[in-house]
Design a protein around this ligand. Sequence first.
Ligand SMILES: C[S@@+](CC[C@H](N)C(=O)[O-])C[C@H]1O[C@@H](n2cnc3c(N)ncnc32)[C@H](O)[C@@H]1O
Length: 246
Amino acid sequence: MLRHHEIAEADHRILNPLNDRKLRLLGDIARIGPDTRILDLACGKGEMLCTWAAAHGATGHGVDLSDTFLTAARDRARELGVTGRVTFEHGDAARHRAPGLFDVTACIGATWIGDGLTGTIALLRRSTVPGGLLLVGEPYWIDEPPEAAPAALGFAPGDFVTLAGTLDRFEDAGVELVEMVLADTDDWDRYVASQWQTVHTWLHDNPDDPDAPAMREFADRSRRTYLTYNRRYLGWGVFALRLPPA
Ligand SMILES: C[S@@+](CC[C@H](N)C(=O)[O-])C[C@H]1O[C@@H](n2cnc3c(N)ncnc32)[C@H](O)[C@@H]1O
């Protein structure tokens, strides 16, 4: 699966339905500044850490399982002149033990690392200062989906809930939702539909690659489920969650 995403998202910098403007907005909302230390679990190509280091002077550490994405992250840090401010590490974010505490900890679009939203909040919390901020990217159902939708999109029925249900999950976890930046349909199209063309081109250039049949199936399934369910029923956003003070 990781390899499929590496191929399909080769042309993306942000591996989520979030655009550059909203990523900047998120940095402003999170009050990122020169003294802010950020931990990003499942950091992908490190766009958040690199651009916030460049724009705000923040420092950060990213962890991801993909060497391909981490190479892109280090290249991006060089491109933006922030190699002294950000570091990237290969590893399983679920097992990661950060040395010390961070002001802001993030998991943007990979809450499976904590076996769901609640577990990921617990995972981030253990590396965050009291009163610090968690940034969590998570899907939600815009409307009650058809029964077949979760399985078609690769989820278990209870994995995601409505926005109000997501708020309940935050409150049950003991964090306060203080802000959010949500993706709109155009953000989703840019994230998902643009992958179809990337895969189409890759298949044209690599017809005999051992991954070609799986990539063809990946693109076929993505198109079908996106247009049938995802675009209409599935929302996505980054939620800013404040921890209680010490
Ligand atoms: C949807 S992408 C999000 C990447 C990044 N947060 C962003 O917004 O651009 C999910 C990321 O999770 C990474 N990943 C998946 N499982 C992981 C794990 N157990 N530990 C660390 N990274 C993981 C993938 O390699 C991928 O980069």
